[in-house]
Write a new protein. Structure first.
Length: 288
């Protein structure tokens, strides 16, 4: 077994490096854009043809949801063209791909947990490109596995949890959206699940949801973050606001709770509740 992990400097990528180093030491090669730009078709072909990989885990993506409304070309290059470059080679070289997509392929209008068979209706440039990446990959390499996480967080900078902790320490007043509901997903839990899927030796192609159990609004998540970080006074001062008060360039779905029945039944995965995982994430941050 030889695994290529792309996007390995991102938050999910860093958690996967940790999981793979523990569970499959020496079996994985880690790259990010500075070593291997996945939009460079020639470079990708050269790298993969000489690498003898059995699996590719693709965590690379363009994730700036609001900025993507302006930077459509850059977003499409990373989320569609790069994925196609991998898919083209998977067929030729016989490696298997786990590609990471998103809950933002849905429009959020069902108000019941989304299943993999529900029709994607993305609302933003980001969501459209991620959906096109999914269809391109399954067209080129139908044996691929696509995992759609919910809202990802980790101890690493630049996600919702670390942003809330930074805002709290700066003393800035917090007004957090309370009418968007989703599935907070601890990157470390997802990294363990992906590693276990590969090591199980059982390969089931197609699309799978993966997210923390339960459901939360951004407001719920902000309050729980500060409670677990020992800042109950500040948690009580967070003001819940409506999405109408948040003026992002992209339109976001209101409701993207994910149904995880398929991945649990296929791989026997035990998924922790988001509150339990958030507590473990904050414990790690406190120890850093
Ligand atoms: N973040 C979320 O809330 C969320 C929610 C659902 C799904 N997802 C999906 O989950 C996956 C992992 O997300 P994440 O939060 O870990 O992302 P991340 O932290 O933004 O990491 C993505 C990594 O990919 C790299 N990258 C970008 N373009 C590349 C290219 N052309 N070639 C090679 N590497 C490239 C980025 O480098 P630069 O930083 O230099 O650009 C970055 O290191 C992505 O597919 C994302 O769409 C994320």
């Amino acid at each position: 077994m030889k695994i290529l992990l792309t996007g390995s400097n991102g938050q999910l990528g860093r958690e996967l490096r940790r999981a793979l180093d523990i569970k499959a030491p020496g079996d994985a090669v880690y790259t990010d854009i500075e070593d291997l730009d996945l939009t460079d078709k020639t470079a990708v072909a050269t790298f993969l043809r000489t690498g003898d990989f059995s699996h590719v885990i693709n965590c690379a993506a363009y994730n700036a949801v609001d900025r993507a409304e302006e930077e459509k070309r850059q977003c499409a290059a990373a989320n569609i063209d790069a994925v196609s470059n991998l898919g083209l080679l998977a067929d030729e070289l016989g490696f298997k791909i786990i590609h990471i997509s998103t809950d933002y392929v849905f429009d959020g209008k069902t108000y019941r947990p989304y299943r993999e068979i529900d029709k994607p209706e993305p609302l933003s440039v980001f969501g459209v490109t991620k959906r096109k990446g999914e269809t391109a990959l399954l067209g080129l390499a139908p044996e691929s596995m696509i995992i759609r996480p919910g809202w990802l967080y980790s101890p690493y900078p630049g996600n919702f949890v670390t942003t809330i902790l930074n805002l709290a320490s700066s003393g800035a007043p917090m007004r957090i959206v309370a009418d968007r509901i989703g599935s907070p997903t601890y990157s470390a839990d997802l990294a363990d699940a992906i590693t276990d899927i590969i090591l199980s030796g059982h390969w089931s192609p197609g699309i799978f949801n993966y997210a923390g159990e339960g459901a939360a609004s951004w407001y719920d998540m902000a309050v729980a973050t500060l409670e677990y970080a020992g800042m109950s006074d500040l948690a009580a001062k967070i003001v819940p606001v409506s999405s109408a008060d948040y003026h992002g360039a992209a339109t976001r779905p209101y409701y993207t709770v994910l149904d995880k029945s398929k991945i649990k039944a296929t791989y026997g995965i035990d998924i922790p509740h988001w509150l339990n995982s958030l507590r473990r994430c904050i414990d790690r941050i406190n120890k850093q």
